[in-house]
Design a protein around this ligand. Structure first.
Ligand code: GAL
Length: 350
């Protein structure tokens, strides 16, 4: 009543006061929340992560590359009710690593090599080759029993596909199951792969010219680990891997080395072992070097084998440095991709 009787200028004042009251009720009058509103959207580890279409992101066992100012996140598309004859890899793009735009299923492929029903395409990783200007995707290619143990390679002119299947092979002639991706500060590109018979995981350098083959072996790390991820931080290499327990989480571990060739230190826990890495499995580490700080994000999957489309992502900044690495207890957090700083999301002022 008061509002409808008031003159236009009074109405504005009343609306402004009401809006202020609503904001005060919502945020408890916490000034720092206003500041936070200017920051990026928070990351909620383990919760539904909506893309620009409000669909839960489908990029499981994924990997991220940055080309120019854009991050691309590729991963297994496991949406409900997909055609079971096909395997799909989805692509998302972002400028801040938090708001992701769905760019489509950049691989939609039938069995390329008579692998049979329930053939496997997992853990896709994409590299951008500056010489050929092509996007080169590696993925784990297998039959239903995981006995084929190869990598598949697919190539595209654009980040958002379509990627065309090129070939498959066993890197260095060895069995290869879970793969990981590492790009060093000098731009060199590496494939990490689990070699079951050797009871370890290998780091192999991709051929600089086109990334379509392996140039040389850097190391066989004699530890039976998969979900391999590497980061180069303050002059030291840190490698993370998970134990071989299928979809079930286990205590992931890390080791360090001064060079990729090693020697590597003993593998030790990245989190309290009873948490089984907070129910997750490593897939990658992302280094965000900003104007003020460098943050290394642990990127992992919380698999839900019976409802794969609902598998979640656990992303948390790591405590890292001087040879130590630790995954803090997952809680909502915010990243400033420009400064490289991160902070927990504080809802209430203290
Ligand atoms: C995990 C692996 C996943 C998937 C799964 C199948 O060990 O990391 O990528 O292959 O096994 O059981």
């Amino acid at each position: 009543m008061i509002i409808s009787c008031a003159k236009p200028i009074d109405q504005i004042v009343v609306w402004a006061r009401l809006s202020a009251l609503v904001v005060y009720i919502l945020f408890g009058g916490n000034v720092s929340v206003y500041a936070q509103l200017n920051k990026s959207k928070p990351v909620y580890p383990g919760q539904i992560w909506p893309d620009n279409n409000r669909n839960h992101i489908q990029a499981h066992g994924g990997g991220i590359i940055k080309v120019g100012k854009i991050y691309y996140w590729y991963g297994e598309e496991r949406a409900k009710d997909l055609d079971t004859n096909y395997r799909y890899v989805s692509c998302y793009s972002s400028k801040d690593l938090v708001n992701w735009k769905f760019r489509g299923d950049v691989v939609n492929m039938t069995d390329p090599e008579k692998l049979g029903a329930r053939w496997v395409l997992e853990r896709p990783k994409v590299y951008y080759n500056k010489n050929t200007k092509k996007y080169v995707m590696y993925f784990h290619l297998d039959n239903r029993n995981y006995k084929t143990a190869k990598v598949g390679v697919a190539v595209s002119d654009k980040p958002n596909g379509n990627f065309k299947f090129l070939k498959s092979f066993r890197p260095l002639g060895q069995e290869s199951r879970d793969i990981g991706q590492f790009i060093d500060d000098d731009g060199s590109a590496y494939l990490i792969f689990e070699d079951r018979p050797a009871k370890g995981f290998r780091i192999a350098k991709l051929n600089d010219a086109d990334y379509l083959s392996i140039e040389k072996e850097m190391c066989l790390i004699k530890a039976p680990l998969e979900g391999g991820a590497i980061v180069h931080y303050n002059g030291l290499y840190y490698a993370i891997g998970s134990a071989l327990t299928g979809w079930r989480p286990n205590p992931n571990k890390y080791a360090t080395a001064k060079t990729l060739e090693g020697p590597w230190s003993e593998f030790v826990d990245i989190a309290p072992p009873q948490t089984n890495t907070y129910g997750s499995q490593s897939t990658m580490m992302i280094k965000v070097s900003g104007t003020k700080s460098t943050t290394v994000i642990f990127m992992a999957d919380q698999w839900r084998p019976q409802t794969q489309w609902d598998s979640r992502y656990l992303w948390m900044p790591l405590q890292i440095g001087n040879g130590k690495l630790w995954l803090p207890e997952p809680k909502p957090w915010q990243l400033n991709v420009k400064t490289g700083e991160w902070s927990y999301l504080n809802k209430k002022s203290k």
